[in-house]
Design a binder for this molecule. Structure first.
Ligand SMILES: [Zn+2]
Length: 298
């Protein structure tokens, strides 16, 4: 009987094993639950990313379409601009050999009519302030060589180039602007006086040299005749310009800006008004502008 009252002691080892198994089960359950939550969260994130990718794709598609429309708009506008410009009459007033005291009045008239012109100047350091004024008022200062001395400039292509570059340097020093490489040959590209100094092929070699140096030269297709005599009649100048200009869409008009050429200044207002009546707009020369060239050398 005594023996039956004595409780049987359970072995400690077995208890520990049970606790261990129990803990293992709980931990597995927790891990499974956490894993399940991670998978769900991962799935949600992937769905969100896919949605974002699809939104970016459709935005990209929209941008491509807008870009295409813009491009075709640009092409249409360019075509209509070209067509409009092809039918636009443009007058380029050009004044050679200055500046001189006449330039002041020429600039005043141009300002009055709000017209821009091109000045093919030489080196006249006494009028240094005028180069700056020409440039500051929106006109183009173009190159007509520094000296205009036929015997020097047309002696060799090197001489011509040096003299032209001398003017470029001078203009840059006075105006602070870089050279524009717009050139007019003294006497025009077909003058024959140059042959006396550099031989019969001098113009061909000079033109080649200047083309290779990046200059674009402009002769003219409208001659005001103000250089035909020392002081040409004012009305003859007006008539010459207006009748020759009426034959062309792009009028490159030759005039002179030396001290004796007073009648050119007097003719200018009527020339501008006459050209406006013919439907011309006014512009300064540029490398893109139509260039009459009497002598073309490839
Ligand atoms: Zn000249």
């Amino acid at each position: 009987m005594r023996n039956s009252k004595i409780k049987k002691k359970r072995p400690l080892g077995l208890l520990l094993v049970k606790i261990f198994i129990f803990t293992l089960c709980i931990s597995s359950l927790v891990q499974a639950a956490v894993g399940q939550a991670t998978v769900v969260r991962g799935e949600n994130e992937s769905t969100l990313l896919l949605q974002q990718i699809s939104q970016i794709r459709s935005h990209n598609k929209k941008l491509k379409l807008e870009n295409k429309n813009l491009q075709s708009g640009i092409i249409k506008k360019e075509a209509s601009y070209k067509e409009k410009m092809a039918n636009t009459k443009i007058a380029y007033l050009t004044f050679d050999d200055g500046p001189s005291e006449n330039t002041v009045e020429i600039l005043r008239i141009l300002k009055q009519y709000d017209v821009k012109a091109t000045f093919f100047v030489n080196g006249h350091p006494n009028y240094s302030y005028l180069y700056k004024q020409i440039s500051d008022e929106g006109h183009l200062l173009a190159n007509h060589t520094y000296s205009h001395e036929y015997k020097d400039i047309y002696n060799s292509p090197d001489n011509f180039k040096n003299d032209t570059e001398k003017l470029d340097r001078y203009l840059t020093s006075v105006t602070g602007k870089e050279p524009n490489y717009i050139l007019r040959f003294p006497g025009g590209s077909n003058n024959t006086i140059s042959n006396n100094f550099g031989g019969n092929e001098i113009m061909t070699s000079v033109i080649k040299e200047m083309n290779a140096s990046g200059y674009k030269y402009f002769d003219w297709n409208v001659d005001s005749t103000d250089a035909s005599t020392y002081c040409q009649d004012r009305n003859k100048i007006v008539q010459a310009v207006l009748s020759e200009s009426s034959q062309t869409k792009h009028a490159i008009i030759l005039m002179h800006d030396l001290a004796p050429k007073i009648t050119t200044v007097q003719a200018l207002p009527e020339i501008i008004e006459g050209l406006k009546n013919q439907g011309f707009i006014f512009d300064v020369l540029s490398k893109k502008a139509y260039a009459p060239q009497f002598t073309v050398v490839k």
